[in-house]
Write a protein that binds this ligand. Structure first.
Ligand code: NOJ
Length: 551
């Protein structure tokens, strides 16, 4: 019995791609967390030269672009998301010359480089904030968000920091509070001030002129706050144990209509250059998320779609999500999918190793740009962090919320420190590092790494997978089936979200065969009596060759 999933809407027509945009539409983005990728100077922390040294690996894996989490100068209160100089590289990571060399070497290998841009807040050590806090009448005062205390001397409103605790800190010297959506060391900029906007647009140009291919913009939906700074309402659905930030509905502290104008300004800056991409980090419900494509697509090219992280791991839930997302996209808006990042428990930790393979097939065969988080391709899971090794300030504020387990070093070889460093790394390695590393997995035909590499190669070989249209086929029990098609070619994906073996039926036309099994092998296998067997936790990618087509 098959419950048919409603067919996708107008977006089912193949997208017309402009040549310049093709790279970020058809390509795979790979997120590098630079502290944890490769250490070259023996301090236990990754650096830019380390990323450059590993470009051949990324080219071998087959990805098209790397997004580098922040490398600008920073006191590292939030590991680089607290910038004290937007136009310099932190010495921990190297120099501007190292960065230029990375971009040049990446481009030589046809890899694009996407920078992390952190415009919502600076570090408290940024010269702008030092000036701003110097006196109430300092010309930079209005670059940040200052308010007098409430009548009782407390904060000006009830807003809560995303890391727990109040979002306002009193500056005793000037007697006012400043707002920070994150740590007190991360004061929010006042994006209503035209000088702030101009200065930040110059930052974008600084990096674009150095050749970067785009930006991932940190918490882009936070940039504008309610002009009256009204209290956020209490969340009636809040359950104890959730992060404190969820106790209020964030309707006044973020996602204000005026933010669209700011994003359009950023887009205009990028559009003056050739084929650059603007990606926005946005955690909002679908209907709000898609607003960030902007009127007439003047907003972010790719408002990050984190829905797979937030949706229960069941065939029906994922089928519904894909249908809702496809239907919600504005005309011409290009989709994208994310399974993990440096803020979220790793996919293998969330769904287990076996389903992690199914997840890889899903990520790399859905319609839209996939972003792959470093280490997921070698199956890194939740790395245990002993209390004395905790680094993430969020863990100190709200135990259990820390993001260290998903930020541990990349594992390259079975040797000491997994080839990441010559010394003990800043975060512990996975206890499985002796087997879960690139060298051990790369020549194993059934490894998770081989699976990722094959999937990425398939996207290149089959335009149906990279740029083709999407149509839902069915969801039946634990099995989700959809098709991607382009021209004459139809690729069908069948994902078993369960642990039990079952079968998946194909239409009677001849020519169906296996392109890939998540378990390895089976390539070229045809159906038996119109069915393909699906093992538990197995995903199949099938192709129907047009009559007479060569394989
Ligand atoms: C989102 C980033 O991804 C996260 O790591 C950071 O802590 C916050 N923004 C604050 O910049």
């Amino acid at each position: 019995m098959t419950d048919d999933v409603k067919p996708a809407g107008p977006q089912a027509a193949p997208a017309r791609l402009l040549a310049g945009e093709l790279w970020w539409k058809a390509g795979v983005v790979y997120q590098v967390y630079p502290r944890s990728f490769q250490d070259t100077n023996g301090d236990g922390v990754g650096d830019i030269k380390g990323v450059t040294a590993r470009l051949d690996y990324l080219a071998w894996l087959g990805v098209d672009a790397l997004w580098l989490s922040p490398v600008c100068r920073s006191p590292m209160a939030d590991y680089g998301y607290d910038v004290s100089d937007y136009c310099d590289i932190d010495p921990l990571f190297g120099t501007l010359a190292d960065f230029d060399a990375l971009v040049a070497e990446a481009h030589r290998r046809r890899l694009r480089v996407i920078m992390d841009f952190v415009p919502n807040h600076t570090s408290e050590e940024h010269p702008w904030f030092r000036e701003a806090r110097a006196s109430r009448d300092n010309p930079k005062r209005d670059w940040y968000i200052w308010r007098d205390p409430a009548a009782d001397g407390g904060p000006p409103n009830n807003w809560i920091s995303n890391f727990g605790g109040p979002a306002w800190t009193l500056d005793p010297a000037t007697g006012q509070y400043y707002y920070h959506a994150f740590l007190r060391e991360q004061p929010d900029l006042n994006w209503r001030n035209p000088q702030v906007r101009a200065a930040m647009m110059d930052v974008l140009r600084f990096w674009l002129d150095r050749g970067v291919d785009g930006f991932r913009v940190d918490v882009i939906w936070h940039l504008m706050k309610d002009g009256l700074l009204r209290d956020n309402p209490v969340n009636p659905d809040y359950r104890p144990g959730e992060p404190e930030i969820n106790s209020l509905l964030q309707i006044h502290s973020a996602d204000q209509p005026e933010v669209m104008q700011v994003i359009a300004e950023m887009r205009a800056v990028l559009d003056a250059y050739d084929a650059r991409v603007l990606i926005g980090e946005i955690y909002l419900p679908l209907e709000r998320l898609v607003a960030y494509y902007g009127t007439d697509l003047s907003g972010a090219h790719l408002p990050f779609n984190f829905q797979l992280i937030q949706t229960p791991w069941h065939a029906k839930a994922v089928a519904d999500l894909v249908a809702e997302y496809e239907a919600a996209l504005p005309a011409g808006g290009w989709p994208n999918w994310v399974l993990g990042n440096h803020d979220q428990p790793r996919i293998a930790a969330r769904v287990g190793d076996a389903q992690g393979r199914v997840a890889a097939v899903l990520l790399l065969t859905l319609r839209g740009t996939p972003t792959l988080y470093y280490g997921d391709e070698i199956g890194l899971g939740r790395v245990p962090i002993p209390p004395e090794r905790v680094r993430d300030p969020w863990e100190h504020n709200e135990p259990g919320r820390g993001r260290d387990p998903e930020r541990t070093p990349m594992q390259w070889v079975p040797g000491p420190h997994a080839g990441f460093s010559t010394v003990e790394p800043w975060l512990p390695l996975d206890p499985q590092a002796q087997t879960g590393n690139v060298e051990t997995l790369r020549d194993n035909p059934t490894s998770i790494l081989t699976l990722h590499r094959r999937l990425i190669a398939l996207r290149r070989e089959h335009p149906a997978l990279s740029i083709g249209a999407y149509r839902a086929v069915s969801v039946s029990g634990d099995v989700l089936v959809y098709e991607r098609w382009h021209g004459d070619e139809v690729v069908r994906v069948a994902l078993n979200f369960g642990h039990e073996a079952c079968t998946t039926e194909v239409p009677p036309e001849s020519g169906w065969e296996v392109l890939l099994s998540s378990a390895g092998g089976r390539r070229g296998e045809g159906p038996q009596d119109g069915y393909f067997a699906l093992a538990g936790d197995e995903a199949l990618v099938l192709v129907r060759r047009a009559p007479g087509a060569e394989g």
